[in-house]
Unconditional design. Structure first.
Lengths: 94, 168
């Protein structure tokens, strides 16, 4: 039961993180009007936009994978490196 | 209009076309054709198509986001503080529709398709019950059709955005 709650908490936190990074990306879209006066900051602005997008993409994929199938993926990884019965030694991830 | 702006528009529209094409192919060609095959062959054909469709659709969506965000700098450079008045309403609508497309694509790719393809090395060997395949494929196809409509709506809003005069 506690493990289930722990898993749910991680899923909720990852999805909040995903929304947070999306908000950050949206913020990057409304910044940069200073470029009207001076083009010197164009590179850093584009870096900021690209960086927030990649951050959002990373947290998005992470949260989606964890939300739907990461647990099975983790079990397969453990089986690969520690043998097919290794997941029975501890708590199951399903 | 500078060459850079032309290229950004090109690299924004080409992924849109590819994304629409892949969704159209998946909904109206891949699934109906795979459904004609017998059990194991059907599952294998669906898995191959799903793997192609995921990567293509998600990659094109991501390219569209980044080229669209880059292109907005043209508006910022030209409009300054006027950017918020002229662009914000249309942009918010476009982002909201696109966010729905992205969430649906995420559910389609990670929530539904991984039940068919699985994850990890042994995924392609997994047995999947026919009833589960039917349900998952039906939902994926519906989402692909819905995304076709939503992406058309995004393109319409994008045309509204492109009509905003921003060259001084």
């Amino acid at each position: 039961m506690a493990e289930g709650l722990g898993g749910s908490t991680v899923k909720i936190l990852l999805n909040i993180l995903n929304l947070g990074t999306f908000v950050l990306f949206c913020l990057s879209l409304v910044t940069g009007i200073h470029l009207e006066r001076n083009m010197a900051g164009l590179g850093s602005h584009l870096g900021w936009v690209l960086g927030t997008f990649l951050l959002w993409l990373f947290t998005w994929i992470l949260s989606m994978m964890y939300l739907y199938r990461m647990e099975k993926f983790c079990v397969e990884l453990v089986e690969k490196f520690e043998g097919p019965n290794s997941q029975n030694q501890g708590a199951t991830l399903h | 209009m500078s060459i850079k702006s032309y290229l950004l528009i090109l690299f924004h529209l080409v992924p849109w076309t590819l994304g629409m094409g892949s969704a159209f192919y998946f909904a109206f060609a891949a699934v109906p054709l795979a459904n004609r095959l017998p059990g194991p062959e059907r599952l294998l054909a669906l898995r191959r198509n799903v793997k192609f469709y995921h990567i293509t659709f998600l990659l094109t969506m991501s390219l569209m986001v980044i080229t669209g965000a880059w292109r907005l700098t043209d508006y910022k450079i030209a409009l300054g503080t006027q950017y918020f008045n002229d662009v914000s309403n249309v942009l918010i609508v476009k982002l909201l529709i696109f966010f729905a497309v992205y969430i649906l694509a995420a559910y389609q790719s990670f929530g539904l398709a991984l039940r068919l393809t699985g994850t990890g090395e042994k995924a392609m060997e997994d047995e999947v019950p026919a009833a589960l395949v039917d349900g998952v494929v039906h939902k994926m196809r519906s989402i692909a059709v819905l995304n076709l409509f939503l992406m058309t709506a995004t393109a319409y809003v994008g045309l509204m955005l492109s009509r905003i005069p921003y060259f001084k």
